[in-house]
Write a protein that binds this ligand. Structure first.
Ligand code: HEM
Length: 501
């Protein structure tokens, strides 16, 4: 027995030395030792099972470094953990690649398609097309049509909050984030297809995306590090839900595309499918090799609808959570809204410049509760350096946006929710905003304007119409109970929505 144990000990020691001394590139950033199979992931999980990004944040302090380096499975990985190094990763061209991993390929049937997980010329062309064509449809500039649709959705939401007898809106209490699923899913469906779905269908779509989001963790995820585990532990590693949600989203998006095919008539339409189909036809006439294919359109639709159905409902719920916990801030927003907008109409984007405190409350929530704490993994496309360390080509590069948002050199008392930090002494919104909830640079969130505009109109409209209260009979879960997932989500909670008129 003793000799077997000694044998195992020496094998592990040999693997350890190989992975950490011989195998690690020279001048690679310091970080947790890489053990077989999951590399440094064991230590990250040991230190903070729920929130890997918090474990990495603490490790950076312990190793006295701004950049942590390790292996996550077979991926050489570095994690930028302060403002300068995160900015470097987000702005320098050699860090704009994406990692070729299991889930991105699985959703594209073996290829790499869409916007979020592609790189190089294909990504650039498709991302530019999206931003150019959606600019007037909420992705850059304002859109009258979109604002009208949003107003209709908000009116429905207010009605449900007031008189709701839905499973998540009862007797003056509303359940979040579920109450926001259908509305936000429909906003994303609308910009993609120019259509909206009945409540039940939109809710069900978002619910399925959320289920997948919760099961896949924020780093590469066990499913990406060790996809072979799907053969004997498909449930625990998130494969079962990924398979279901991917098939579901594919069919949902393909139906939207098919419904459209018969409708395209001219160049005056606005939604993404129309614009894309027009471009596909143009490219077909040119007969050059093209990146514009129906499959590419389908996966881009999955990207947009996944992001739209998870991020914004979660963030709006976090804002309501924080405002319920900070009644002083809530009252101040409501007074501002009452002064500027009154009660006879809903707030619109025209009011946004005149509601700096409400805007600051939202910005501070985006900082305080980092929604995508490690961003979407980038990749070094050539040998380079970061923070004085060597980063070999193909290294996965993560941005710890949480570390940026909790950096005491940038923010006073970062652990406190204080909208005033975004306000000048004269009451105006500060011009300089060092928070990075949407990233930065060429890969900055493509939906940032859309998300910020929607969140602003929804939150200000809800505050105009309701007081949100944490009722002793329905105490909120702690933020420490959040579900890290791909995008961090709150545990479902019931908030009292007291009508204000
Ligand atoms: C509060 C809401 C949101 C937050 C905090 C957020 C945050 C982010 C972050 C951090 C990234 C990664 C940036 C990087 O790679 O460095 C990202 C990427 C992306 N987001 Fe968002 N997002 C939000 C909402 C949305 C919405 C509503 C959409 C679309 C409808 C969207 C579409 C995208 C796309 C397509 C990318 C990939 C960009 C690229 O790789 O070029 N996001 N987002």
């Amino acid at each position: 027995m003793f000799s077997i144990l000694m044998f195992l000990f020496f094998i592990l020691l040999a693997v350890y030395i190989y992975m950490n001394i011989l195998f690690k590139p020279k001048n690679f950033p310091p970080g947790p030792p890489s053990w077989p199979i999951w590399g440094g992931y064991y230590q990250i999980l040991l230190e903070n099972f729920r929130f890997p990004y918090k474990a990495i944040h603490e490790m950076a302090k312990r190793y006295n470094t701004n950049v942590v380096g390790t292996y996550l499975g077979s991926f050489a990985t570095v994690i930028a953990c302060d403002f300068e190094s995160v900015r470097d990763v987000l702005l320098r061209p050699e860090f704009q690649g994406r990692v070729d991993a299991f889930v991105p390929r699985f959703r594209s049937d073996g290829d790499l398609l869409g916007i979020i997980f592609t790189e190089g010329d294909k990504w650039l062309e498709q991302r530019r097309f999206m931003l150019r064509n959606m600019r007037d449809f909420g992705f850059g500039r304002r859109s009258d049509v979109l604002e009208q649709v949003l107003e209709e959705e908000i009116k429905d939401l207010i009605e449900i909050f007031k008189n709701g007898n839905k499973p998540f809106s009862k007797n003056g209490y509303v359940k979040l984030p579920e109450s926001f699923y259908a509305m936000y899913a429909n906003m994303a469906v609308y910009i993609f297809s120019g259509d909206r779905k009945p409540f039940k269908e939109a809710y069900e779509f978002a619910d399925n995306m959320v289920k997948q989001n919760k099961k896949i963790d924020t780093t590469t995820g066990v499913i990406n590090m060790t996809p072979w585990m799907r053969y004997f532990a498909p449930g625990p590693i998130g494969y079962t839900v990924t398979k279901f949600a991917t098939r579901y989203a594919k069919t949902f998006v393909q139906n939207l595309i098919d419904e459209h095919k018969s409708k395209i008539t001219d160049d005056t339409t606005n939604d993404y499918i129309d614009k894309y189909m027009q471009e596909m036809r143009k490219q077909m006439e040119l007969q050059y090799p093209t990146t514009y294919t129906e499959k590419q359109l389908q996966v881009t639709g999955m990207d947009m609808l996944f992001a739209g159905s998870t991020t914004v409902p979660f963030m709006t719920s976090f804002i309501i959570y924080l405002l319920s916990k900070h009644q002083r801030v809530q009252k101040k927003c409501q007074e501002e809204i009452e002064d500027v907008v009154g009660k006879s109409r809903l707030p619109t984007l025209n009011d946004r410049p005149n509601l700096p405190y409400t805007e600051a409350a939202i910005r501070e929530a985006l900082r305080f509760q980092t929604l995508v704490p490690l961003g979407v993994p980038h990749k070094a496309t050539e040998d380079t350096t970061l923070g004085g360390y060597f980063i070999p080509k193909d290294t996965m590069v993560l941005t710890n946006l949480y570390s940026v948002h909790m950096d005491e050199k940038i923010w006073d008392n970062p652990q406190e929710y204080t909208p005033e930090r975004f306000i000048e002494p004269n009451g105006k919104l500060k011009k300089r905003d060092l928070s990075l909830p949407f990233g930065l640079g060429k890969r900055v969130c493509a939906g940032e304007t859309f998300a910020r505009q929607n969140i602003f109109v929804v939150v200000s409209s809800l505050l105009q119409n309701f007081n949100f209260i944490e009722d002793p009979s329905h105490l909120f879960p702690e933020l420490n109970d959040n579900i890290a997932g791909l995008n961090e989500s709150p545990q479902p909670f019931w908030v009292k929505a007291e009508p204000r008129n």
